[in-house]
Design a binder for this molecule. Structure first.
Ligand SMILES: Nc1ncnc2c1ncn2[C@@H]1O[C@H](COP(=O)(O)OP(=O)(O)OP(=O)(O)O)[C@@H](O)[C@H]1O
Length: 623
């Protein structure tokens, strides 16, 4: 039996890594619940209460007292920076302090449900490849479950690491926003290559340090360049390169092919391993028909991009792509087929006709309007601003609490850098809301159907105590492993928006934490903000990866290949999709990607894939 805890607190964990157990200190309890899916725990003043709770057969949190207990008055606020800095911890910590709140009594909320994803055979095939240490690139049209699969892969590697038998997992993505979405860092910062414009040899020098003669040679070639010093060495990046077992790169479609080759060279050189990518297991995901690499500028003119699949080393590194073909987002096969033909940029007259018919207005009787998708941020801001202004009710402004963390070397980051990093987040620095404002959740909530992308209307502003008294549930995100509202004193005193969602659920949207991680997997900057954005309009860029039930797309201003497809494929059904200014000429797919896809999806390749799936699906006992 545990001895008496110092501050008279006991932490009962009903569902955690070590099973049901009572701890006498939060530190130990925290280790056993952090990022443990569906962890359930609670703190008590007496050991007997903790034991009673743990042994009580009822799991119903509805039976908890509605009135907050005195413990609620002492709850900590968002985490403050602490002194220690562990090396490469998983999960992310902020200066050694987990960004989870201390355990708190549940107040009118649902017990967290472990995420239960039943992967399709195709998805299981990929996961199985990863488990067996194979490198893989998996792709598929919008809504085929790439993100869901990637999350399961990450979960698998992390869970294996909890038992110490997987190795270092490095999670990266091509862009800042995409990296935040999967809790990783950008590929560039992970690799320690800056912009990566130099030759592959120079990138290696940059990482390993310049030899005297190399430095002199470079200075001779380019006397105006800043002098190289040994400060250019990046021990942390070299360490990452050398110790990583599995490297995840999401949104690989936005990585330039030349850069991919350079990284492959660097991997071999730094790891002193001649195997493709220096023997690192690669797990790449993305769709080349959705987002192309950002074109580089030479003398002010954009240079046509090269795609990662055009890299010389691509095939050696990841072999044949695995295509996910089952579309989950849309149930209507006709709609799936139309979107698919659009993805490849060829539209038959009958399809064009179908899209033109979608210009009609769709009316909803619950007051929640379709979200307008626009190509530019300016259009989005103007629309949301004007709609908010037209509502005649009291505005409530929420300013985020931002905190700097540490960079990969353990140094405190400047406020300027913190601000720059936090621009990657969808969570705004300031948001003004009114009763009647249309909003969108930007985090998956433990409350079943409510996910990143769920739309609703603000119906009230109340304090957490008022919510508890009325039995209004709190919005608790999946990433908050404790399943308890993160309430510091300042959160408890303020009025927060109550949102009625399309599903009928009503939630008090208290602030949540949003993190940007450094390449070592620690928190570099953190924002605490209500998990909402205005949702009369959304940029196509921000809508990427989301599933939207009611959408209106004006194709009039579409300017980039893949943009029309990304926008329209957010919709779940044609009945709830309105398309304005449809113009077949705006549906553009990149010819080189199309040619490559055709080659990859030829009958022979398809037969081989079917065989693979059959092979890998046999006797698989996963998830
Ligand atoms: N195995 C599955 N079972 C049930 N639903 C799934 C499964 N995989 C994915 N989904 C659902 O399908 C929808 C689309 O999934 P996801 O966002 O992962 O697709 P995606 O391929 O990443 O799409 P996009 O390319 O548009 O970002 C989500 O609502 C997700 O919950």
């Amino acid at each position: 039996m545990p001895k008496s805890p110092k501050k008279g607190k006991w932490y009962a964990v009903r569902h955690g890594r070590e099973g049901a157990k009572i701890y006498d200190n939060w530190g130990e309890a925290e280790i056993n619940i952090t990022r443990f899916p569906g962890a359930v725990h609670k703190s008590f003043r007496s050991l007997k209460d903790a034991e009673d709770w743990l042994t009580s057969r009822s799991m119903s949190i509805k039976k908890e007292p509605k009135e907050p207990s005195p413990e609620i008055q002492e709850l900590p606020g968002p985490p403050m920076p602490g002194p220690s800095k562990p090396r490469n911890p998983t999960p992310a910590t902020m200066n050694g302090v987990h960004p989870q709140p201390a355990p708190q009594p549940a107040v009118g909320l649902n017990a967290p449900q472990p995420s239960q994803v039943q992967l399709s055979p195709e998805q299981r095939h990929v996961l199985e490849m990863v488990k067996r240490g194979k490198s893989v690139f998996f792709t598929g049209s919008a809504g085929t479950g790439k993100s869901v699969l990637l999350r399961e892969i990450i979960k698998f590697c992390r869970n294996s690491n909890d038992y110490g038998d997987w190795g270092r997992l490095s999670i990266t993505a091509s862009t800042g926003i995409a990296s935040v979405n999967i809790g990783g860092s950008t590929l560039h910062s992970w690799a320690g290559i800056g912009l990566g414009k130099e030759s592959k040899e120079k990138l290696v020098y940059k990482l390993l340090g310049y030899k005297k003669e190399e430095r002199e040679q470079e200075e001779k070639e380019n006397p105006d360049a800043p002098k190289r010093t040994d400060d250019m060495n990046s021990g942390f990046a070299v360490d990452r390169w050398r110790t990583t077992r599995t490297l995840i790169i999401d949104e690989i479609s936005m990585i330039d092919g030349h850069l991919f080759d350079k990284l492959e060279y660097v991997a071999r050189a730094v790891r002193k391993n001649s195997a493709p990518f220096g023997g690192i297991q690669l797990v790449l995901s993305g769709d080349f028909l959705q987002l192309p690499p950002v074109p580089e500028q030479v003398n002010g003119a954009p240079v046509p991009p090269s795609f990662a699949f055009e890299a010389e080393s691509w095939e050696q590194c990841v072999g044949r792509p695995v295509f996910l073909t089952k579309v989950f987002r849309q149930k209507d096969q006709t709609f799936v087929d139309i979107l698919n033909s659009m993805r490849f940029g060829h539209l038959e007259a009958v399809t064009v006709q179908k899209f033109r018919q979608l210009s009609r207005t769709v009316r909803y009787n619950d007051g929640i309007e379709p979200t307008d998708l626009f190509p530019t941020r300016r259009e989005v801001e103007m629309c949301n601003h004007n709609r908010l202004k037209s509502i005649n009710s009291t505005p409530h402004e929420y300013k985020a609490t931002d905190r700097p963390g540490r960079d990969e070397k353990g140094n405190d980051i400047s406020l300027e850098k913190m601000n720059r990093l936090l621009e990657r987040l969808v969570a705004p620095k300031t948001i003004t809301l009114k009763v009647g404002a249309q909003v969108m959740l930007i985090k998956n909530m433990i409350q079943g159907k409510l996910v990143n992308g769920s739309v609703g209307k603000v119906v009230d502003f109340i304090t957490p105590l008022e919510a508890a008294q009325r039995g209004t549930k709190f919005a608790i995100s999946e990433s908050n492993c404790s399943g308890m509202p993160p309430m510091g004193r300042e959160v408890k005193m303020e009025k927060w928006p109550v949102v009625q969602f399309q599903s009928g659920d009503v939630l008090l949207c208290i602030p949540d934490t949003f993190e940007v991680n450094n390449p070592e997997g620690e928190i570099e900057a953190m924002r605490c903000q209500v998990p909402l954005i205005l949702a009369w309009a959304l940029s196509i860029h921000k809508s990427q990866g989301q599933t939207l039930d009611r959408v209106r797309v004006n194709l009039g201003r579409i300017f980039e290949k893949g943009q029309a497809y990304v926008a329209l494929s957010r919709a779940t059904s044609m009945e709830r999709l309105q398309v304005l200014n449809f113009d077949a000429a705006k549906v553009m797919a990149h010819p080189r990607v199309m040619a490559w896809m055709k080659e990859q999806t030829g009958q022979q390749a398809r037969d081989q894939i079917d065989e693979d799936i059959e092979f890998w699906s046999e006797d698989i006992d996963i998830l």
